[in-house]
Design a protein around this ligand. Structure first.
Ligand SMILES: C[S@@+](CC[C@H](N)C(=O)[O-])C[C@H]1O[C@@H](n2cnc3c(N)ncnc32)[C@H](O)[C@@H]1O
Length: 267
């Protein structure tokens, strides 16, 4: 894609979808856009955007494509096992030792259709049923959030990492598959652009997985610094299976096992 065409596409995407492609890696995004246009029914971006102005379904498809909201329950299961067996007991102990109120505060940042937030809720229901917690789950994709708030419907594929017992206990038994009310009760779903909005504070755990892969180095840099400020002392950031924060120490993070970074206890 020519640079001037990309500039115009970025402008139109910002105008129609409120997504700022300046924060996404150029070459990958151009390739993705080229292949999207090639698969569409029109030949130029001008025609495509004029079609979007009257076609709400296509607009949603395009938004889904740009934000890449692929997800499932307990994505990269071994990392969730570490979260449950190592990190959660540490967070509970840290909260009990350092605060009068021992409730935990979690955030699923870039939660897509809610599978990540419900995985956290399910983990809490099984591993720490009496532990109080509050869970914020955010995404910039309104359609994904609608599904997240409704607790489904989820596909067999979304649910494939759940055991038979978990399916019986927490998911409706016939299609359409929805999560049970038990998993919903501590979650607040909110619309938010991670690259624009101010963040809440005092999180014990921030889960931000498979969201930053297409962000520029500058966008990631800002985000990791903002996450650091949003964590409590001793709080933990949980990233995706293929993500590594390069120079984590410059933000203040300590490596805390594969995919986990901890804020120091001192500040
Ligand atoms: C691939 S999904 C990951 C979902 C989930 N975290 C997981 O790992 O299964 C990426 C999500 O990030 C969201 N996203 C992308 N850019 C974002 C931004 N700037 N602010 C908030 N969410 C964003 C997308 O809408 C999408 O739902």
């Amino acid at each position: 894609m020519e640079a001037d065409v990309y500039t115009r596409v970025k402008f139109s995407v910002k105008h129609t979808l409120k997504i700022d492609l300046e924060n996404y890696k150029d070459e990958q995004m151009k390739r993705r856009l080229d292949s999207w246009l090639a698969r569409s029914k029109v030949d130029t971006w001008q025609e495509y955007f004029s079609m979007l102005s009257t076609d709400a379904i296509e607009l949603e498809r395009f938004r889904n494509y740009l934000t890449i909201n692929v997800t499932e329950f307990f994505r990269d299961q071994p990392r969730w096992d570490s979260l449950c067996q190592d990190i959660l007991p540490y967070l509970i102990k840290n909260a009990a030792e350092n605060r009068s109120f021992g409730g935990l505060k979690f955030w699923s940042a870039g939660c897509s259709i809610g599978t990540e937030a419900y995985s956290l809720a399910l983990m809490m229901a099984e591993a720490a049923p009496s532990q109080k917690y509050d869970l914020l789950a955010t995404d910039l994709h309104r359609g994904a959030l609608l599904k997240a708030r409704a607790g489904g419907p989820y596909s067999e594929g979304d649910l494939r990492n759940l055991s038979v017992t978990q399916r019986k206990k927490y998911i409706s038994s016939v299609t359409p598959f929805f999560v049970s009310e038990t998993l919903k009760k501590n979650i607040r779903f909110e619309e938010q652009d991670l690259l624009a909005a101010p963040f809440e504070k005092d999180f014990d755990l921030i889960v931000c997985r498979n969201v930053v892969i297409y962000f520029t180095a500058e966008a990631k840099d800002k985000l990791y610094a903002k996450f650091y400020a949003a964590l409590r002392p001793g709080g933990v950031l949980f990233v995706g299976g293929t993500e590594i924060i390069s120079g984590a120490a410059k933000y203040g993070y300590q490596n805390f096992g594969i995919s986990f970074y901890r804020k120091s206890l001192g500040n």
